[in-house]
Design a protein around this ligand. Structure first.
Ligand code: FES
Length: 122
């Protein structure tokens, strides 16, 4: 069963840098993307690495003429253990797979950010 937990003040969550907290027995990361707050489990779907400690890079765009360019509007998160890259918008890896980053629902109440999460022990 999901429960709502206080995560942080909204002003603590920044662009380009994960804020990582233990919430409900789980490690959770939060980041801003173009001003919007996103929260996800700090857990790589491949083998469980702390994915929010990975490196953020611009995503690659493939143009109609097959040229590659950096997309400044989209970011990828590279896992610190095996280097798999996940699109931070969709949660999908850079290759065909059913694995996804686990984004979490959250709510803002004034300046306070709350996250909905399944307790690990439930
Ligand atoms: S644990 Fe993340 S790529 Fe292997």
């Amino acid at each position: 069963m999901k429960k709502r937990y206080f995560f942080s003040q909204a002003s603590e969550i920044q662009e380009h840098l994960f804020l990582i907290r233990e919430v409900g027995g789980r490690s959770v990361g939060a980041i801003r993307q173009h001003g919007n707050i996103r929260l996800l489990l700090n857990y790589c779907p491949h083998a469980g690495a702390p994915i929010c400690k990975g490196v953020l890079t611009p995503a690659l765009l493939c143009g109609p003429d097959q040229t590659l360019a950096l997309d400044p509007l989209r970011q990828q998160l590279r896992c610190p253990w095996h280097g798999w890259e996940f699109d931070l918008e969709s949660g999908r890896p850079a290759f065909e797979s059913k694995m996804r980053l686990a984004f979490l629902a959250h709510e803002l109440e004034g300046e306070e950010v709350f996250v909905w999460i399944n307790r690990l022990s439930e």
